[in-house]
Write a protein that binds this ligand. Structure first.
Ligand code: HEM
Ligand SMILES: [Cu+2]
Length: 565
């Protein structure tokens, strides 16, 4: 076999980087950040229009901006980053060459072209059909073509990941079973293939419809298949950000999973049950039956939720165990107090875990119950919920690992280190506000995606409670804070690529990039003490109580909407 590929061994991490893999990881990660920047700027436009006192944009611009925001962040930022992550957890983690790098460049090119074509359609071919692009609301054919090209590129990326696993196995670059983070990547990849297939099944006919080859698209069927694609893609995000959580545990604390088997099983649950949970997007659709809705959104969906709760317990639990093994054993929380809160890799991850669990998770289960769904369906509650999942959860996790990846990949020291320290908190706080205030306004009935929060220019005026308007103003302020945090991130990263102090290929960074794991002996002593994860268990208890209380409050609230007594 002719293998003239270049490898370098990273002096800080000991990882073996295959040249083309490294280049592709860099390209995809940089493209991701660029689309985050574009989408984030759109987010400011959306948020400032939803702020009643500011009401920045007119209706046409608002819907265009909202469409652009949703697609650029949720599709382009996240998926470019995920492709980079897949290449990393295969080629780099397994220390083997990347399969077919040439196809990798082709995939990247297709994704870039697709993203540009789609953006062009949104902005210049009046295709403000929102991220969900529900037919029969038509977009220009170029809108669908752009998405399809992007998806084909991403699909090639998935196959390159699988091919790389095969190479690693054949060339025996690892022993035993693949590491947990690679397993998490494999989970994401399998879900991604299902997702992209569903996307093709729905988007290709829609493209043909706009080109005049298909006469009409059934709205109900469209929504059913679209959500097989739309929901599953969220599960790719969850699988990937959970993978990042485990990775950060290992990098920052040298933590090892409490139980590999349990963690792997929880990943498998994602693959097994997530598709059915797509039904939670169709809970008020007339075309599908009640039994179908209830079965799919309760019995099966809760297994996916359980899987996330397992990860939510084991990741902090493994961090706690590692810290305690090292000697931070005082009280319930010394391990947490003494954690590196000034290190953005860690703080981003912690905010991601807590925000995803408490805000995103609990609200998602609430909305996923058929009856409760009615009180918040199509209100601002929905974007409130998913900003907790895809922004606090996924985006912050990705930001956190980027703080680690950029120095390692580009051999440059981060610039503006005090900004790096504060950025996760500013972004996290702003985004918590965005999530909570939108959920609050939604609970009071404010509709989703409406250009005019106060309905002032509506021909059928409607008075929302003044508290709802106050929440929207608070949301506006939070949008500004989140935008500052997001801007800081983009600036630090782009600035580092351009101006960061160079660190030679043989030099090391002046800080520890990969923590040394505690020794087996330290773990043994810890287990004898019998409280390896007592702090985490207490936090999990708080979580479960919050969960039950919030669920109950919403049933109570639902009962009160029927003034029959
Ligand atoms: C500075 C950061 C961000 C701000 C200020 C922001 C704000 C907003 C606001 C105010 C809405 C409109 C809600 C409505 O009126 O229906 C929205 C929609 C949305 N956001 Fe964000 N967001 C941000 C980042 C993100 C990120 C990082 C993602 C994904 C990873 C995301 C995904 C979405 C999606 C998918 C929509 C819905 C679009 C649609 O309805 O078609 N946002 N955002
Ligand atoms: Cu969903």
């Amino acid at each position: 076999m002719t293998n003239n590929a270049i490898f370098r061994t990273c002096p800080d991490t000991g990882l073996r980087f295959h040249g083309p893999a490294e280049t592709l990881i860099k390209l995809n990660a940089v493209a991701a950040v660029v689309f985050l920047l574009v989408g984030g700027i759109m987010g400011i436009g959306v948020g400032l229009t939803r702020w009643p006192e500011v009401h920045l944009l007119g209706p046409q611009d608002f819907y265009t901006t909202l469409t652009s925001h949703g697609i650029n962040v949720l599709i382009f930022w996240i998926i470019f980053f995920e492709i980079a992550a897949l290449y990393f957890v295969s080629s780099v983690v397994l220390g083997c060459r990347l399969a077919t790098p040439k196809l990798g460049y082709l995939a990247f090119l297709l994704m870039v072209i697709g993203a540009l074509v789609n953006n062009y359609a949104v902005w210049s071919l009046s295709s403000a059909v929102m991220m969900t692009s529900y037919a029969p609301m038509p977009a220009h054919w170029a809108f669908y073509l752009g998405l399809i090209l992007f998806a084909v590129g991403a699909l090639i990326g998935c196959f390159i990941f699988l091919g790389t696993l095969v190479i690693a196995k054949k060339e025996k670059t690892y022993e035993g079973s693949i590491p947990l983070v690679t397993f998490g990547g494999l989970t994401a990849c399998i879900i991604a293939i299902f997702t992209i297939a569903s996307g093709a099944i729905i988007l290709v006919p829609t493209l043909l419809w706009q080109l005049g080859y298909v006469s009409n698209i059934d709205a109900g069927v469209y929504r059913l298949i679209w959500w097989a694609f739309g929901h599953s893609s969220q599960q790719i995000n969850v699988a990937t950000h959970v993978t990042v959580w485990y990775m950060v545990g290992a990098l920052v604390f040298g933590a090892k999973p409490l139980s590999e088997k349990v963690s792997r099983f929880a990943f498998v649950l994602y693959i097994a049950v997530l598709q059915i949970a797509s039904a939670h997007h169709l809970l008020v659709d007339p075309g599908v039956g009640t039994e179908w809705k209830i079965f799919n959104t309760s019995y099966a969906m809760y297994l996916a939720v359980m899987a996330s709760m397992v990860h939510g317990l084991t990741v902090p639990g493994s961090m706690e165990a590692a810290q305690r093994a090292r000697g931070y054993t005082n009280g319930l929380f010394e391990w947490l107090r003494k954690a590196p809160w000034g290190n953005p890799v860690f703080s981003s991850t912690m905010i991601s875990i807590v925000g995803f669990g408490f805000l995103g998770g609990i609200s998602g289960v609430m909305m996923g119950a058929e009856q409760l769904n009615l009180i918040v369906h199509n209100t601002l509650y929905v974007p409130g919920h998913f900003h907790a999942t895809v922004v606090l959860g996924t985006t912050l996790a990705f930001m956190g690992i980027t703080y680690w990846l950029v120095p390692v990949l580009f051999r440059r020291e981060l610039i503006l280190t005090s900004w790096c320290k504060w950025q996760p908190y500013i972004f996290g706080l702003g985004m918590t506000g965005v999530s909570v205030f939108m959920m609050g306004a939604g609970t009071l009935g404010l509709p989703r995606r409406h250009w005019d929060a106060a309905f002032t220019s509506s021909s059928f005026p409607y008075e929302f409670p003044s508290s709802a308007m106050a929440l929207m103003s608070l949301n506006g302020l939070s949008v500004v804070l989140a935008a500052i945090g997001g801007g800081m991130f983009c600036l630090v990263i782009v600035g580092t690529l351009l101006f960061g102090k160079k660190v030679g290929q043989e030099e090391t960074f002046p800080r520890v990039m990969v923590a040394t794991p505690p020794t087996e002996a330290q773990y043994v002593t810890l287990h004898r003490s019998g409280n390896a994860i007592s702090g985490t268990l207490l936090l999990a208890g708080v979580f479960l109580i919050a969960f039950v209380v919030y669920y109950f409050i919403n049933w109570k609230y639902l009962a009160e909407t029927w003034g029959m007594s």
